[in-house]
Design a protein around this ligand. Structure first.
Ligand code: HEC
Ligand code: HEC
Ligand code: HEC
Length: 431
């Protein structure tokens, strides 16, 4: 007995020793030096052209989208991850609470290596997984833009992360495994607009942060670049050859969608994509065009069921009898609540909306986007004109939602039933 206990203790002791050694090693390799604070550069030291270029780039990088809550760029936006809540920080030129004392070298290190001025590691909720591939010229323009914004004094609330992830040195290990400087592969024979689009989509626009699936440690699976991922409880559609879109996307349609959130024959940008589009409004036309060229090329191998979905769109869905009780129940909900705007014969615009066989939400691997749209409706961002759909979260029961979603999946998309529909209904229930 005694012997067994002491070998057990020995084993625990050596494990503990190994753990302590590993932690010490990690601390040694992970330590980064602080970069001395410096006086904020005079706003007049940056040319107006450079600042304007930085503003257009920041629109593509969505800096304001993630860093603005109470005041522009002053941080405090809560990011919900599977590891807990991380707050974005103040990136205005305030010296005490923002990045006013950061030299351009400190800023560049944060963008490329995810290390703050004081040497601590930053969480990849800040998409430096992508910004690491920014050019020097773009970092310079972004710095000029940030340093010429209004300084705001504000400190982000403390993060709430599961143990032991609040311990920042652990991030050094994560970076060793996942931070990658080489860009995703591109087609070298394509033209300059494509190359620019590939760079913008990856390095600055970080489209993959939502549109690429992630592994269990929260890193993007680069082998599945843009093959569909997650964003705030929404499915972020595949943008490459795996696109499930019922209609092909032309370059012009993609440019219109990225510019306005709307394109003929395609669904409106919803959920997190609506915010992306809102921020892209300040991007340059040439860069929007480049993104469209690149995404269009990524999809050239996609095979949308265009003709079949168009044929279904021309028939009134509401009159297609369901073949069992649940579909029939779903058909009735559709006929009473949705058909007046979405059925065949109505066109998007003042009097109607897209036919359901053309709506990508019915074709996705799960039902969450469709249920989000039905529950919450569609509202144009504050103070902007746009298409509007009422919310049905408080008028439809879960049973009606389930029947409606099953009906649309079958009759609008002509696809196999969603296996986890009940789960999607649960996960999307309004707060
Ligand atoms: C998807 C959300 C997101 C986007 C987009 C984003 N950031 Fe951030 N950023 C964060 C979060 C979250 C942090 C805090 C990370 C931490 O505390 O470890 C952060 C931290 C930073 C920091 C470090 C600040 C400090 O005090 O340590 C800088 C600099 C920064 N971001 C600049 C930018 C710029 C410039 C852009 C646009 C090109 C941008 N960010 C876009 C989420 C984002
Ligand atoms: C008062 C009119 C109206 C009603 C009723 C309505 N919608 Fe919509 N819906 C819209 C508008 C407007 C849009 C925005 C895009 C557009 O014009 O197609 C939209 C968008 C959508 C989208 C995204 C695809 C797209 O068209 O952009 C889906 C999916 C959708 N609605 C499903 C439904 C379902 C299911 C119902 C019934 C529960 C419903 N809608 C009821 C007006 C309506
Ligand atoms: C914050 C997360 C997020 C980021 C970043 C993001 N997207 Fe999206 N995107 C989404 C989601 C979610 C959808 C699905 C929206 C819907 O169904 O209404 C979407 C939809 C789209 C669609 C429509 C796809 C289709 O076939 O209907 C396109 C095109 C698109 N995104 C392009 C981009 C590009 C290009 C970028 C980078 C510049 C980007 N997205 C960045 C979340 C994001």
């Amino acid at each position: 007995m005694d012997k067994a206990r002491s070998t057990g203790a020995l084993r625990w002791g050596s494990l503990l020793l190994l753990f302590v050694l590993a932690c010490a090693a990690l601390l040694v390799v992970s330590r980064r030096a602080a970069i001395d604070p410096a006086a904020a550069p005079a706003k007049s030291s940056f040319t107006p052209e450079l600042v304007a270029r930085g503003a257009r780039l920041a629109a593509i990088g969505d800096c304001a989208g993630c860093h603005s809550s109470a005041a522009p760029l002053a941080g405090g936006v809560a990011m919900h991850t599977s590891f807990g809540i991380i707050y974005s920080t103040n990136i205005t030129p305030d010296t005490a609470t923002g990045i006013g004392a950061w030299t351009e070298a400190a800023f560049a290190r944060a963008m490329r290596e995810g290390v703050a001025r004081d040497g601590s590691h930053l969480y990849p909720a800040f998409p430096y997984e992508h910004f690491t591939r920014l050019t020097d010229a773009d970092i310079h323009a972004l710095y000029a833009w940030l340093m010429t914004r209004d300084a705001v004094s504000a400190r982000a609330p403390a993060n709430r992360l599961i143990f032991p992830l609040g311990f920042r040195p652990l991030l050094a290990g994560w970076k060793l495994l996942f931070l990658e400087r080489t860009p995703p592969s591109v087609n070298a024979s394509q033209d300059a607009a494509y190359q620019r689009g590939a760079y913008l989509a990856d390095a600055l626009g970080h489209c993959g942060a939502c549109h690429t699936p992630r592994n269990r440690l929260g890193a993007e699976e680069r082998r599945h670049y843009l093959e569909g991922g997650e964003a705030d409880g929404w499915h972020a559609t595949a943008l490459n050859a795996a696109s499930p879109s019922p209609q092909p996307w032309s370059e012009e349609q993609l440019a219109a969608y990225l510019r306005t959130g709307m394109a003929p024959n395609h669904a409106i940008a919803g959920g997190p994509m609506q915010l992306v589009v809102q921020n892209l409004a300040a991007a340059g036309d040439d860069d929007i065009h480049a993104l469209a060229v690149y995404i269009h090329a990524m999809q050239s191998e996609a095979k949308p069921p265009a003709a079949a979905s168009e044929r279904r769109a021309q028939q009134p869905l509401a009159s297609v009898a369901g073949s069992d009780a649940q579909w029939e129940a779903g058909r009735q909900v559709y006929a009473q609540t949705c058909a007046r705007c979405h059925d065949a014969g109505r066109e998007p615009g003042s009097a109607g909306a897209l036919q359901m066989p053309l709506a990508i939400a019915n074709y996705l691997p799960d039902a969450r986007n469709l249920i989000h749209i039905i529950r919450d409706g569609i509202h144009p961002p504050d103070n902007t004109p746009g298409r509007w759909m009422p919310a049905f979260g408080s008028t439809l029961t879960n049973a009606q939602l389930t029947a409606l979603a099953a009906f649309l999946r079958h009759n609008a998309a002509d696809a196999a039933p969603w296996p986890d529909l009940a789960d999607a209904i649960k996960k999307t229930s309004s707060p």
